[in-house]
Design a protein around this ligand. Sequence first.
Ligand SMILES: *Cc1c(COP(=O)(O)O)cnc(C)c1O
Length: 367
Amino acid sequence: MSRVYNFSAGPAVLPEEVLREAAEEMMDYKGSGMSVMEMSHRSKVYDTIIKEAEQDIRDLMHIPDHYKVLFLQGGASQQFAMIPMNLMKNKKAGYIITGQWAKKAYQEAQIYGEAVKLASSEDQTFSYIPDCSDLDLPDDLDYVYICENNTIYGTKYKELPNTKGHLLVADVSSCFLSEPVDVSKYGVIFGGVQKNVGPAGVVIAIIREDLISDDVLPGTPTMLKYKTHADADSLYNTPPCYGIYICGKVFKWLKNMGGLEEIKKRNEEKAKILYDFLDQSKMFQGTVAPKDRSLMNVPFVTGDKDLDAKFVAEASKAGFVNLKGHRSVGGMRASIYNAMPKEGVEKLVAFMKEFEEANEPFGDLNG
Ligand SMILES: *Cc1c(COP(=O)(O)O)cnc(C)c1O
């Protein structure tokens, strides 16, 4: 068996300990005589799995009691519709456009009401986070929506927008559990887990209880009402059982290492290694305004498409895979989520140094 360093933006690397434990439990989960994949979601043994998972994420994020934790399906993209269906009482919401995922959510909301573009960084290919300290906010907004970490462009809000009393809704798919958060600042936090928490197929939504009601837009399907899932503790229908079980293991992995304070420290160390290298390199440059840099997704370019392609190909051969940038941006992107070991980043940087030296004659292509 040989494992690569997987820099995929998602689905992405998971902790080896978690994968090993899951493998050990594959045929017989704790004496049940079956895999978690094979058991009833109504069984006692599964009930313990999902309850523990919920308690562990509550502990990790210090989620207040008046917030519900829902394990849902449909990807983060389904939340782009569920948010307005459940929250757009005045049929008006504000969106801050910091990348493609925010834009998709904004476009989806337009199906259900008026989506107001409050700010955007599209003028500079989403390479920065707009100043959101004093936005012009209509009084009747139902909520202000952000994508907190922009997976494709590598930007992250270092400060939340000043919503002037309006509800804040955040897509945290690609920074989920990467650092401590103050849940009480949000109305809804949601994320697809396949970036930083578990296998694709699970979306976690953390919702302030008073926002969960039967007062939803007409025509909202039962399955897309938060209340349906909240009333049934995420067991209204068959949930993504196996995925939730793996998420639960990742929560325990994080708790055992010291929680979100500790993972933040590690994530900062890892990101610094890569950003410090990019800042002094003559060949590779980061593409993001330094103050807005993500700890999770690090895009960079050489300025020469052929050289980018050569780098991606040679890196892949050397065991550093999925470094190609998103098709809309080009260049490279290293996603260095929680489960990417520091050693993986150190080795990547060593490889980049070697590549730079070996390709020095081409350095002037950078202009
Ligand atoms: C990946 C991603 C999505 C889309 O997730 P799906 O689960 O594929 O729908 C949405 N938002 C962000 C920030 C993402 O990184």
